[in-house]
Design a protein. Structure first.
Length: 152
């Protein structure tokens, strides 16, 4: 009887060791490749309410540009409006051709830019523009946004 218990314990230890060494597999809803990390993050942001995204944007800009309280409240209102317009446009994307969609996106982005220019000081606006250009270059070169893990 002791032999059966000892063999069972050894067998159990071996099986447990094999399963412990196996790499966990991602759930089916999550892509296995590292290249999908940023895309998943972007999708997650898009599902957040406009007020949450606007709050995060204001926090980021406050840290980067040193916004005062008045600027924060104006930018928050502007960003909520921008995200609501963009979300509505995204929902109606199927009802317009690609050129119309891009034109509408460009229009709301230009309005956003004009509002930011009227709220920020010239120095703050120039710094924000430079950061946006740097981020665009990084995105086209496949580099991560500052604060993100590189995709290796």
């Amino acid at each position: 009887m002791k032999k059966v218990i000892i063999l069972s314990a050894i067998n159990l230890a071996l099986v447990a060791g094999v399963f412990a060494q196996q790499a966990p597999t991602p759930p089916p809803s999550q892509p296995a490749g590292e290249n999908h990390q940023r895309q998943n993050g972007e999708q997650e942001r898009e599902m957040q309410p406009p007020e949450i995204r606007a709050k995060k944007k204001v926090e980021h800009l406050s840290k980067e540009l040193g916004l005062n309280g008045d600027q924060q409240s104006k930018i928050f209102a502007s960003e909520v409006n921008f995200f609501k317009q963009r979300d509505a446009l995204q929902k109606n994307k199927e009802s317009m051709d690609k050129e119309q969609f891009h034109q509408k996106v460009k229009e709301i982005e230009e309005l956003r830019k004009a509002q930011m220019k009227s709220i920020l000081t010239p120095e703050q606006f120039a710094k924000m523009q430079k950061q946006m250009e740097d981020n665009k270059e990084r995105k086209h070169q496949g580099e991560p946004h500052p604060g993100e893990e590189p995709n290796h």
